[in-house]
Design a binder for this molecule. Structure first.
Ligand code: SAM
Length: 190
């Protein structure tokens, strides 16, 4: 039920650009890819043929059940980004959209992502983040406690770019949207 409601809320956002952004997130990837926090699998149909395997994890089993309908051949696993059940250097790329705002210990999750990526492997994130404008960021700070309860864990004010840099990734591309409140972060494991 929650998964159905999520898709219903996401549908209009998809039509106004989020679906295109999810496709942009995965375009040009190749090899073995891990998607962290795949949810109901809205990014799964966009993976190009150059991707040889897709593994998708999420903590929400109901969402993963829905994700199964979106693409065949995906290895779906209930798992926490903060403790990924994979060997070191297992993946060529790790993808995640709208997840790091929800993760309780994002630094731990990013160190797990670093661990499972091959050296030189790519991290691609699509996130809504803390606004660069001080006024908007203050509004995000004020709204976050209530929004977090309403949404089931989402923080409006997370500075994901700084977390990625602090985790030791080499950022190769940053593309800000919506006045800096949304962004693509493409980075590599050194
Ligand atoms: C806003 S949804 C995004 C889902 C999907 N990536 C999308 O673009 O529609 C956030 C997802 O992150 C998952 N999530 C939150 N914390 C997580 C964690 N620690 N490990 C794995 N998944 C997590 C939630 O269960 C949820 O499916």
């Amino acid at each position: 039920m929650r998964a159905l409601a999520y898709d219903a809320v996401m549908a209009p956002l998809g039509w106004v650009g989020l679906n295109a952004a999810r496709r942009q997130l995965v375009e040009g990837l190749s090899g073995r890819v891990l998607e962290v926090g795949a949810g109901t699998g809205l990014a799964l149909p966009g993976y190009p043929d150059s991707v040889t395997s897709v593994t998708a994890v999420d903590v929400d089993l109901g969402a993963l059940t829905r994700a199964r309908e979106r693409r065949s051949g995906v290895a779906l696993l209930q798992a926490d980004a903060q403790a990924l059940p994979f060997a070191d250097a297992s993946f060529d790329a790790v993808v995640s959209s709208l997840v790091f705002c929800c993760v309780d210990a994002p630094a731990t999750a990013l160190s797990e992502v670093m661990r499972v990526l091959k050296p030189g492997g790519e991290l691609r994130l699509l996130e809504h983040v803390r606004a660069p404008s001080r006024v908007l960021a203050t509004a995000q700070d004020l709204l976050t406690p209530a929004w977090r309860k309403l949404s089931g864990g989402c923080r409006l004010n997370r500075d994901t770019f700084r977390l990625v840099e602090t985790a030791g990734f080499r950022v190769v591309r940053r593309e800000q949207r919506l006045g800096g409140m949304g962004e693509f972060i493409f980075a590599r494991r050194p």
